[in-house]
Each structure stands twice: as structure tokens, then as C-alpha cells.
Design a protein around this ligand. Structure first.
Ligand code: GLY
Length: 393
């Protein structure tokens, strides 16, 4: 197996050519979509769709512009990122409606902007988001509670209770940052307690992951593993797997604890063993072989985690993760990439969840649609390949 450096050399031309196309397109999109928070595409099939600021994906477009600004120093990207922050303030002011995803919403936008520009208002937004996340910690059970709602039906078609979800691993860097920033490890303690619970309860012995766990509030023990966005409770939702790959890699980077590195390797090994020959993950690794439902978001988030693993591991161990990441990036961009500067969307064939007959049809489940964070993670992974050391998380 070639090591990471050899793979970078071998793929240099592809990396540089792809970045040129991305920059050409995104510098135009930054101007066109500046005044909206976006995800997906509108009715015309060309223009970005506006989304509710409280949607968990509302920070990705601004966050992608932060990444592009950091690398290119093109002010158009900065203006768009700053406009996204302002548009998101409506959500920040709505404390009761906030939930565990405040890291996705602010840390890659305001947290990253603060680290690049030193803007005090960005720092305040991010500290507020960190406090909101910390306030969700259930002390008796050692977990950060996911959503709020006790009455309406969530992903699992049942009332939300004391649930933790694998996705939340990606929100923990917000807490690590807050501890570093204020010089007090109380935020980090909560992040590590949640990461340890996730390691124990969400990661299965074979390296696959449980999406949702309902906890006993007093003991924290698992009462039930609940099916979320995969096909069944004991199946293997591929984006959940990618949240675990990158999430544990990030917890390792921020704490230096080897148990998180080992966990990241275990879930990444499972991912690589299960991704199909075409290097595009299906929505669920344990779904029937047909119909074929792809999820490009899962591929791109896992690619970022695998590139961080390749950097963290000894030279002769990291190659297999870098190889998988590059193969997924090439496969997704070649099959589902649109680099035309006149259209807003860059990557299609993301999927929100697996369709469940009689509950969600393909349209309701959001199968094969453009999803903004496939693009965010694609850009992040490409910048890593170009040698950028800026870590937004
Ligand atoms: N965090 C929600 C999702 O991955 O769809």
C-alpha cells in the first residue's frame, strides 16, 4: 500500500485541477447566494434553495465560504461567510429551539471565522453556542441529550426521550475549543464524558455503529437501540458511520487520547470494508443490494476523517485511509459533481435517510438530492490534500 505522501504525489494533478474548478464555481456562487442560508436546489433545478436558520445544516454554506477564504484570501468568500453569520443570529436568539447541533451550526462558521479574523462578535456567538451545547449534558447518565421535543415524531417515528445520537460526536470540537479558549477544562470534561459513552454504547463490537440510543436517565445505561436514518435498528447507516470516523478522529486530535484514535480506526476499517467497489457508499451498509441508494454526504465526511487519520498515523499505516479518501472523492466528483459556474449546486446524490415502505417514500426520505454538506466536506477534504493545516472543527 502506498503511503500518504506517495498518494499525494501521484494525485497532485487531479487535486490541483479539481480545486481550480471548485474555486471558479464557488467564487461565483458566493456572490449569487450571499443573502441566503442554503441547502439543496430550488424548483428551477439551478438556484440554491433557502432554508430555515434553525435547520441543523444552516452553517455549512457559510462554513464552506470560510474554508475557501482561509485558503484563497478572496474577500468575496469572507463577505458571504459574514453574511451567513448575521442571517444565523435569528437562531442564536431562539434559545428554546436550539438542540445538540449547535457545533455544526456555529463552530465551523463563527468559531472558524474567529480563529481566522479575530472578530470578537464571532467569538461571542461561538461561546454562546458552546454554552448551549454544554447545558444539554445529563449528569446522571453521562450523555449530551439530542433533540428537545417530547411530543412530535422525530426520525424514529416516536416521541423523543433521553436519546443520544452518533452524529453528536461532530459537535464536540465546539466544547474542546471553548475549554481551550477560556482556559478551563470544564467543557472538555463534558465532551470526553460524551465521547466515552459513545465509545461504549454506540460502537458495536464489529466496528459498526448504533445511530440512536435511549438511555436510562439515572444510570445512563442503554434502554434501547432505536433505528434512525438507516433501514432498521440493527442495520448500519453509512452517514452515522462517517460521523463516527471523523468524530473520533477529532476527539483524538483535541485530547491526544489513544482510545479515540483506536475507535476512529475501528469504525473507519468497517467503513472501508463495506463501501462498494465503486467507492460510493450506499445509505445503509446492511440494506438489500437493490434498489441502489447512494449517499455522497457519507463519502465526503468519511473522507475528511480518513485524511486526518492518515496524518495522525505512522507513515506506513496511514496509506490505506488516504487511499480510501481519495478514491471516494474521485468517484463522487466524477459521477455526481457539477462544476459549471452558472449552477449553484456542486454535488448531487446525497440522501437524508433510507426510505421505509409505508412510512417514508423515496421523495419524503430525501433520496438522491443535493445536500450542502457533501460540498462542504468535499471542499474541506480537497484543502487537506492541498496541504492546508486549517482545521475548522
Ligand atoms: N445529523 C443528521 C443527519 O446526519 O442527517
Amino acid at each position: 500500500m502506498k503511503n500518504y505522501k506517495e498518494l499525494l504525489k501521484e494525485n497532485r494533478a487531479w487535486i490541483e485541477e479539481t480545486f481550480k474548478k471548485v474555486d471558479k464555481k464557488l467564487s461565483r456562487v458566493a456572490v449569487r447566494s450571499r443573502d441566503k442560508l442554503v441547502d439543496g436546489v430550488g424548483e428551477d433545478g439551478v438556484t440554491h434553495k433557502s432554508i430555515n436558520p434553525l435547520a441543523w445544516t444552516s452553517g455549512f454554506f457559510g462554513g464552506m465560504n470560510v474554508l475557501m477564504y482561509e485558503y484563497t484570501k478572496n474577500e468575496d468568500y469572507l463577505l458571504t461567510a459574514k453574511r451567513s453569520e448575521e442571517l444565523l443570529d435569528v437562531a442564536l436568539a431562539n434559545y428554546e429551539a436550539l438542540y445538540h447541533d449547535v457545533g455544526f451550526m456555529w463552530h465551523i462558521l463563527s468559531g472558524a471565522l474567529y480563529r481566522i479574523t479575530g472578530d470578537e462578535s464571532s467569538k461571542r456567538r461561538n461561546l454562546f453556542a458552546a454554552s448551549a451545547l454544554m447545558s444539554r449534558y445529563v449528569l446522571s447518565g453521562n450523555f449530551i441529550r439530542a433533540w428537545n421535543d417530547n411530543s412530535s415524531k422525530g426520525w424514529a417515528q416516536r416521541p423523543v426521550k433521553d436519546w443520544s445520537i452518533i452524529d453528536c460526536m461532530m459537535n464536540l470540537p465546539l466544547l474542546y475549543w471553548a475549554s481551550d479558549y477560556i482556559g478551563d477544562d470544564r467543557f472538555k470534561q463534558v465532551a470526553m464524558a460524551h465521547a466515552d459513552m459513545t465509545l461504549e454504547q454506540h460502537i458495536r463490537p464489529d466496528g459498526s455503529v448504533n445511530h440512536i440510543i435511549e438511555h436510562d436517565r439515572e444510570t445512563g445505561e442503554c434502554v434501547e437501540c432505536i433505528g434512525g436514518q438507516g433501514i432498521a435498528p440493527d442495520s448500519s447507516w453509512s452517514r452515522g458511520q462517517s460521523w463516527a470516523v471523523y468524530g473520533f478522529a477529532l476527539s483524538y486530535i483535541h485530547t491526544g487520547e489513544k482510545r479515540y484514535l483506536d475507535a476512529a480506526k475501528r469504525v473507519a476499517n468497517y467503513f472501508i470494508a463495506n463501501v462498494c467497489d465503486d467507492w460510493i457508499p450506499r445509505i445503509d451498509f446492511r440494506a438489500p443490494s437493490t434498489p441502489v441508494y447512494y449517499d455522497t454526504t457519507s463519502a465526503m465526511c468519511a473522507a475528511c476523517g480518513m485524511l486526518e487519520l492518515a496524518k495522525a498515523l505512522p507513515e506506513n499505516e496511514g496509506g490505506m485511509y488516504a487511499n480510501a479518501a481519495i478514491n471516494m472523492m474521485k468517484a463522487v466528483s466524477e459521477r455526481f459533481g457539477d462544476f459549471d459556474p452558472e449552477t449553484d449546486v456542486m454535488i448531487s446524490h446525497g440522501s437524508v435517510r433510507y426510505p421505509v415502505p409505508g412510512v417514508y417514500d423515496e421523495k419524503q426520505a430525501g433520496v438522491h438530492i443535493p445536500i450542502i454538506y457533501a460540498e462542504y466536506y468535499f471542499v474541506e477534504a480537497l484543502l487537506k490534500l492541498l496541504g492546508s493545516d486549517f482545521l475548522a472543527w
